[in-house]
Design a protein around this ligand. Structure first.
Ligand SMILES: NC(=O)c1ccc[n+]([C@@H]2O[C@H](COP(=O)([O-])OP(=O)(O)OC[C@H]3O[C@@H](n4cnc5c(N)ncnc54)[C@H](OP(=O)(O)O)[C@@H]3O)[C@@H](O)[C@H]2O)c1
Length: 265
């Protein structure tokens, strides 16, 4: 299927591993020109190389998306070097597992900055470039936990809920400029983060990794398995494509059905 993405400039944050890396590589396969950002030079350079091996032009910029000055210079540099920005994917994010009373103000600020303010600042910075080009796409990587809270990670639940609402609000505001804003909400995607959790579960229950994966998935994911980063990337590429030209302000849940069911033992 022709997606109409060839030659588009795509900025992906948190591109050094996990879902962000898969998103970068999926856009590479569509012939996009990539701008990759995260804080780790070595990992980011490796993903750039992988993208280039797939035929894409790829540049990377070491950026902490929680720093407003670094966000400003990232967008300025990408636009200057690659000649504009067509697609922004706000993927950098994360959670911390703590009970409400253990979350300090500093921790709330850190999590809200990482998951929400980074997307707000990046969106604000790219909008003039997109308006100049007569359109563009912003895709925010939120989470199922932004709609259905996950116990023990209250700060990121609240930040992702705000990110979903921000997506809907901004979509309405910028639609007349031909700019579409959507969210993709993953859950249980087997990135490094989940691999650590599975390994911990396996240790606790005396299970080898593969068995721990199957037991955990069987217990709580309707499709009976964890998701792959590539499956999140497919939804992102679709939303960025011409094929999704009449879709804005939506959230696509890539969650194996977890958001649509209650598991009662
Ligand atoms: N995996 C899941 O099941 C799942 C579920 C729900 C939502 N999500 C969301 O999906 C997104 C990606 O998740 P993931 O599992 O791939 O996470 P991950 O493996 O922890 O990767 C996070 C990425 O974000 C980057 N990053 C973190 N802090 C940053 C900062 N301050 N500035 C710039 N980059 C930063 C990291 O790179 P550096 O360390 O190099 O900076 C890394 O590339 C996140 O927004 C997450 O909340 C994932």
């Amino acid at each position: 299927m022709e997606l109409g993405l060839k030659g588009k400039v795509v900025l992906v944050t948190g591109a050094s591993r996990g879902i962000g890396r898969a998103i970068a590589l999926a856009f590479s396969g569509e012939g996009c020109r990539l701008a990759l950002a995260s804080r780790t030079e070595e990992a980011l350079a490796a993903v750039s190389k992988e993208a280039e091996a797939l035929g894409a032009e790829a540049r990377h910029w070491i950026t902490d998306v929680t720093d407003p000055n670094q966000v400003e210079s990232l967008v300025g540099n990408v636009s200057r070097v690659l000649g504009g920005i067509d697609v922004l994917v706000n993927n950098a994010g994360g959670s911390s597992r703590k009970a409400f009373e253990a979350v300090s103000d500093d921790e709330w600020e850190r999590i809200v900055n990482l998951n929400l303010f980074s997307a707000i600042r990046l969106s604000r910075a790219v909008l003039p470039h997109m308006k100049e080009r007569g359109g563009g796409q912003i895709i925010n990587i939120a989470a199922l936990s932004g709609r259905v809270p996950r116990l023990g990670q209250i700060a990121s639940n609240a930040a992702k809920a705000a990110l979903i609402n921000f997506t809907e609000s901004l979509a309405a505001e910028v639609a007349r400029h031909g700019i579409r804003v959507n969210a993709v909400c993953p859950a249980a995607i087997l990135t490094e983060r989940w691999q650590e959790k599975v390994a911990h579960y396996g240790k606790e229950h005396g299970l080898p990794f593969e068995q721990a994966v199957m037991e955990l998935a069987g217990k709580s994911i309707p499709l009976g398995r964890f998701g792959l980063p590539e499956e999140v990337a497919s939804a992102v590429v679709f939303l960025a494509s011409e094929r999704a030209g009449f879709i804005t302000g939506v959230s696509i849940f890539v969650d194996g059905g977890m958001g649509r069911s209650v598991s009662i033992p």
